[in-house]
Design a protein around this ligand. Sequence first.
Ligand code: BES
Ligand code: ZN
Length: 459
Amino acid sequence: MASQREAAIQYVRKNREKFLTSLKEFLQIPSVSNDPLHSSDIRQAANWMAAQLHSLRMQRVQIYPTMRHPIVYGEYLGVPGAPTVLLYGHYDVQPAEPLDQWKTSPFDPTIRGENLYARGVSDMKGQILALLKAVEALSKNGGIPVNLKWLIEGEEEIGSMNLGAFIANHKDLLACDFAFNPDAGMLGEDKPTITYALRGLAYLELRVYGPPTELHSGVFGGVVHNPAIVLAELIAGMHDSQGRVTLPGFYDKVRELTPEERAELARIPSDEKYYLEKTGVPALYGEQGFTPNELTGARPTLDVNGMISGFTGSGTKTIIPAWAMAKISCRLVPDQRPHDVYEQMKRYLEEKAPKTVRWELVEMHGGNPSISERNHPAVQAFAQALETVWGVRPYFKREGGSIPVVSLVQDLLGVESVIGGFGLPDDNFHGPNEKLHLPTWYKGIEALVHFFLNLTELR
Ligand code: BES
Ligand code: ZN
């Protein structure tokens, strides 16, 4: 075994340039999931992924259509008795707009310094490539030591709306001992990290309707309630002066942090100063009584993602708008549920919205929060792998972002996920000039080689 480890690591070191070339090829496909104009690119990315699995000699490689974007599956079950790992990834990316903020074109991967710049390089095509290349290294040097099932979807960035049904309908196909999910990153290049909790998401659209058409604000101002003002007041009432969300019952199912967990989270060096610097805001905001890491990882939030109403062009126009709309999303923590939040918002509006307007609440996509077993043997195997490569014990972190699949595999397949990844906090995923720190990525590939080999020692 020691020699396979050595040989596979040497293979990774010798083939860095080739791995990079392959990553660039994947990045050139603009697989933006939220835009129907990119549906042929989405198909191309799924085909590319399937071809990679074929060339790794995976079996049963198949592209499964869904209501929207296809899911790529492949498996290797050549080691009876060894653990079976479900490897998750998403080949879709966020839109690249606004394009004028990119220094080089988002789908023309470019190296500057130690980083590779492209849309999706960190979130998460680079992470998928790291998995593919770690498996390749093992496959060419003594063989893949565990059983693998690949589940690569194309809808993560738009809420994984068809993934739950797919998993529910393919429980036997996807049966495994645990999942590995590299869609979360590290706290810093010298801080290997394991994510053990993710927030969920409830996405809502609130529409407030006033008069059937815009009205002259001189002729009717004073007797007609302005829907933009009503919307603003409703939104303002969604938090109290302590920064808590006021939707009725919002905190009922929130699991409180234990003292032990608070102590583990307090190891993470990022504090108020870090968040001030990262965000550029003049002062931080938030629910009182919690540290920034607790607030982003373990407390729920309500945010307005955007709002629109009436006249927003240049110059002036004296009207009362006919309607106002806000996109509202809540990040959820165990054991909150997105549909409950929709109901709570409805109740809030029933109580608070004035009779002078009509309103409508639309439930968009959502995802459940998750919390994973920190002492799972596979987590230990990954922690050991990270320590082997970085020489320090990994940090255990609760992530504020969402990855819907984690709770889906927990609920539908009954398995835990080991959650990691080799992106860094300043990778700017979802924003312009997304990048991947290549030295960290190469280390990550080595860590995955160690991880797969460590798994054989579990039993
Ligand atoms: N990779 C991210 C999740 C993430 C963000 C992990 C930050 C670690 C740090 C993922 O691709 C993502 O952005 N998810 C969406 C999910 C949503 C659309 C349901 C998110 O969190 O907004
Ligand atoms: Zn992602």
